[in-house]
Design a protein around this ligand. Structure first.
Ligand SMILES: [Zn+2]
Length: 247
């Protein structure tokens, strides 16, 4: 058998992995209130805790550099525990009066602005909250990640090997009905941020971003192609070629 790797097989494998991770993330976002509500029930099950999410926690600047709030992998347990332990940074008050917790966030180290999507475990409400303080949140999240990396290392040292669950199994375990699991809310759409110097950033919540500054378009990706970003670049190039030039 040939030892050579087949590049197209690798591309297909990465694409499948990416789509699987996105499907897990969409189910997480869709069922965030139930997942937060039942944290005590699943937090000690490594198969559930270490479910991988596909979040886009990069900040992209026009020099073509991405600055990470935290590096992947982003584990479900880390994101949830971090919000529960630091609600002042990763939460907001729900209109019902209870604490809501962040399940997605993005921000800029330059302006310090930070926006959170939050979910209330009590009443199921979802909303958004904008604050300042990118750096403190970055430090806090990275500390939570280190703690979990050490924990995972300990499990491995002790010969505890496990296969990470499909998030659908976690949802069944905590009593989410099959019909709800089968019908998640639509995936998040591309987000638009305007920077302090007039630059506009479009972020694909599942990976990649484009920054444009009037004349130039810079695209940044991580971990494989992003259909949303690719499509936006095509559209923007069409617009750019379509207006402003008289031949
Ligand atoms: Zn509420």
């Amino acid at each position: 058998m040939s030892q050579e790797t087949n590049p197209s097989a690798e591309v297909v494998r990465r694409q499948q992995e990416r789509e699987f991770d996105i499907s897990q993330t969409v189910l997480f976002e869709s069922n965030a209130p139930a997942i937060y509500r039942s944290y005590e029930k699943w937090k000690d099950i490594p198969q559930c805790y270490f479910i991988k999410l596909r979040l886009n926690l990069g900040y992209y600047n026009t020099a073509g550099l991405a600055m990470w709030m935290a590096n992947p992998p982003y584990w479900l347990g880390t994101i949830v525990r971090n919000s529960i332990e630091h609600p002042e940074l990763f939460g907001a008050k729900c209109p019902c009066g209870h604490q809501a917790y962040a399940y997605r966030y993005a921000g800029s180290p330059l302006s310090g602005s930070f926006s959170l999507n939050v979910a209330c475990p009590e009443c199921g409400w979802k909303g958004r909250s904008s604050r300042s303080g990118w750096m403190i949140r970055r430090e806090t999240l990275q500390e939570s990640q280190s703690k979990d990396r050490r924990f995972l290392g300990l499990l491995k040292q002790n010969g505890i090997d496990f296969k990470v669950a499909d998030i659908r199994d976690l949802l069944r375990y905590i009593g989410v009905p099959e019909t709800v699991i089968a019908n998640p809310e639509p995936a998040e759409k591309i987000e638009r941020f305007e920077g302090p110097n007039g630059e506009v950033t479009l972020i694909d919540p599942y990976g990649g971003a484009i920054i444009f500054t009037g004349s130039a378009i810079h695209s940044r990706r991580w971990d494989g192609p992003s259909d949303l970003v690719t499509r936006e670049i095509e559209l923007m190039n069409q617009r750019k070629n379509g207006d402003g030039t008289c031949k």
